[in-house]
Write a protein that binds this ligand. Structure first.
Ligand SMILES: [Zn+2]
Length: 238
């Protein structure tokens, strides 16, 4: 099992770890600050340096069959098992994903509070993100309304906090029920909660900024019709 450092501190950019397994083109570490692909987020990328100062690119990090795999280029060799290594995250990309992700949570909550809309999908990249939600129309005035509301949430500077909750307790929380905490596999007994104070509360495994003021400027891009009661909004941050 790999200790997931990013789940308690999303601001770790560099760390030391030990290689506990080598599998083809990937390695497994005893702990990692690299956030893996999933939950609508891209994986982190970065660099791994061995004790002999050999550098490997960490091209992607994925979660497969309970393992956090760091895909290396060039491929690792078996004799790297047990090595102490230094790892560094491509921070610019990662920080943009943290901002985008926090923006996505904020927008989900405001869509629900303002229009009663449920989010049906979303995807985040460092460049742009999208959110799909149930709503009858998404004409210009409504996009402007969303932009204004996001501006307010960002300017108000809401703190974002991480906590862990027992599954039975989480299943009794109305806000967590609304954001589908019940869909988390039953084998997961302790659930990670990400709360944007007075804005949003969700069960979530991803990386976020510590305060909404870090998001910067929220910019809606184009919107798309995805059916009678389903619309898609692309956005970015500046
Ligand atoms: Zn999330």
């Amino acid at each position: 099992m790999t200790e997931l450092l990013f789940q308690t501190d999303s601001y770790i950019k560099e760390f030391e770890a030990e290689i506990i397994a080598v599998e083809e083109n990937a390695i497994i570490l005893d702990k990692t600050a690299f956030s893996y692909k999933g939950g609508g987020l891209q994986s982190d990328t970065g660099v791994l340096t061995t004790s002999q100062n050999q550098n490997f690119k960490i091209e992607e990090v994925i979660f497969r069959k309970g393992k956090v795999l760091h895909l290396l280029s060039p491929s690792p060799t078996d004799n790297m098992l047990g090595e102490k290594v230094k790892c560094k995250i491509d921070w610019e990309n990662r920080y943009r994903q943290m901002k985008m992700h926090t923006a996505l949570h904020s927008i989900s909550s405001l869509l629900y509070k303002k229009y009663g809309s449920a989010v049906t999908g979303g995807n985040i990249t460092p460049e742009k993100s999208r959110v799909d939600f149930e709503i009858d129309h998404l004409r210009q005035e409504r996009v402007q309304e969303i932009e204004q509301e996001m501006k307010r949430i960002i300017e108000e500077g809401h703190d974002v906090s991480i906590s862990f909750m027992e599954r039975e307790e989480a299943l009794k929380d109305q806000e967590l029920i609304r954001t589908k905490v019940n869909l988390i596999p039953e084998s997961v007994k302790t659930i990670r909660i990400v709360e944007i104070k007075d804005v949003d509360k969700q069960a979530d495994g991803g990386v976020h900024v510590a305060n909404t003021s870090e998001i910067g400027v929220f910019k809606p891009l184009k919107s798309e019709n995805r059916g009678k009661n389903n619309k898609r909004l692309y956005f970015t941050i500046e």
